[in-house]
Design a protein around this ligand. Structure first.
Ligand code: CMC
Length: 432
């Protein structure tokens, strides 16, 4: 735990006053340590949605929502997106520092040699309906890894934790690509060790056995950037889900499957699919204003997908890089006049100038642009969230490992404010 700031917070309740230590962060708000609140004062805190709760100490990722800043292990995301690449970022997130050349080579080699799936897992894929959402398949297959890789499920063994981590980072692209291939009725394409991580994923998605498929390096770079930008994001819903699942000492494959399930929701990782569907529904630039108004109507549940964030109250720094990448990809593919991008740009402009969005600090988030890039790369909307999942796997694992290795770790067990019926006696059915 970080050193105490020598400050304390006093809570006074029913004439009883208790002091609680305050700890300073390297960046961001200090925290009040209220672990002894219940034992000393007999009350709980109440914070649905955890808007003021720090659930853990972490050294991995920092977000400054007001400044629009995202750091992985201290490095700004825009520097990493520009100069680094996904597997180097994976190493950074997992082990804390950028690797030297030998460490990077060794890490890439280890990941590359774990990309194949147990051959019998094919039958698991084939058990799903063809029209299953790829996220349903990814969630099921990741969970099933614990049935296929028994030798890496003991969380108390550091070597097994390491092998499970490498396996998941290596195999998630294969799992996602195969979920896609299965949904379109094409043969599974095996991983290729001569390609880099992003290019290999694109190859497994778009190659077919009957002809050669060459991955364009600019598209592979765009894919790598999407992965880098999604690699981790502090204690968001899916990461907290992984930590909570892991706090009971469940095996890592089960924990990451729980993270995939949590990510699927449209308020979280499902927003990239929902955003592109919304842009298509808007259909033409002249209807943008109508949808911006709709999003402000208190009697209408509609929200602008790809806008707003629990933490960012400024431009999402990931969205800035995505915006640039979207342009590069669309220019390369000759779809610079893409109608969806035009609608996206018009929507971004209107929303950024609109009083409602300004006053509520609702800026475009990462999902606003990532969907446009993924569509240009040839992915159907149903694959957007699986790609987010494969990119975030390293973040989930880094956070899970940090939790398991933290000596103060305990099973996560929130309490509640009970407002149901007071205690009452059972009444026989004839007398009700
Ligand atoms: N469109 C219109 N109004 C919005 C939007 C939006 N996208 N987002 C928030 N608001 C309004 C909301 O109605 C509320 O208004 P009021 O104060 O009058 O009730 C106010 O802004 C605050 O919203 P909130 O729901 O209390 O804020 P939150 O921090 O709980 O929600 C959010 C954050 C991301 C769930 C929300 O902004 C949202 O639903 N956005 C659309 C979905 C989306 O793009 N999600 C991707 C998030 S980034 C990727 C990831 O991390 O997964």
């Amino acid at each position: 735990m970080t050193d105490s700031s020598n400050r304390s917070a006093t809570i006074i309740l029913d004439n009883k006053s208790v002091e609680f230590p305050v700890y300073d962060a390297v960046h961001g708000p200090s925290v009040i340590d209220i672990r002894k609140l219940y034992s000393q004062m007999g009350v709980f805190t109440y914070d649905p949605g955890y808007t003021s709760t720090g659930s853990c100490e972490s050294k991995i990722t920092f977000i400054d929502g007001d400044e629009g800043e995202l750091l992985y292990r201290g490095y700004p995301i825009d520097q990493l997106a520009e100069n680094s690449h996904y597997l180097e970022v994976c190493y950074l997130l997992l082990y804390g520092d950028l690797p030297n050349a030998a460490e990077l080579e060794d890490f890439e080699d280890r990941v590359t040699r774990h990309t194949m799936l147990h051959e019998q897992m094919q039958y698991f894929f084939r058990g799903f309906r063809r029209d299953a959402h790829p996220m349903a398949i990814v969630c099921g297959v990741v969970g099933a890894m614990s049935a296929f890789y028994h030798d890496s499920t003991d969380i108390n063994d550091p070597w097994q934790r390491e092998v499970a981590s490498i396996r998941m980072i290596a195999k998630l692209p294969t799992i996602c690509a195969w979920a896609f291939k299965y949904s379109i009725g094409q043969p599974f394409v095996y991983p290729r060790n001569d390609l880099d991580y992003a290019a290999n994923f694109l190859h497994m998605c778009f190659a077919v056995p009957c002809e050669e498929y060459i991955v364009d390096p600019i598209l592979a770079r765009a894919m790598d950037r999407i992965m880098t930008l999604h690699a981790d994001h502090e204690q968001n819903a899916s990461t907290s889900t992984v930590r909570l699942a892991g706090s009971s000492h469940a095996n890592p494959f089960a924990c990451v499957a729980a993270g995939v399930a949590s990510l699927w929701g449209p308020a979280h990782g499902g927003a990239n699919q929902a955003c592109l569907e919304m842009l298509r529904e808007i259909g033409t630039v002249d209807r943008v204003g109508e949808y911006v108004k709709k999003a402000q109507d208190p009697d209408d549940d509609f929200r602008l997908m790809g806008f707003g964030h629990r933490v960012y109250k400024n431009f999402d720094p990931r969205a800035k890089v995505m915006q640039q990448t979207a342009r590069e990809v669309l220019d390369l593919l000759g779809t610079g006049d893409n109608e969806v991008l035009k609608i996206a740009q018009a929507l971004e402009k209107v929303a950024l100038e609109d009083e409602y969005f300004i006053s509520k600090k609702l800026y475009p988030n990462v999902d606003f642009y990532s969907g446009i890039i993924l569509e240009a790369l040839g992915f159907p909307t149903s694959m957007f969230t699986p790609i987010f999942a494969l990119s975030r796997t390293v973040g989930w694992i880094a956070q899970w490992k940090e939790m398991i290795e933290d000596p103060v770790q305990k099973i996560g067990r929130p309490r509640q404010l009970y407002t149901g019926a007071p205690q009452r006696d059972y009444v026989d059915v004839e007398e009700r």
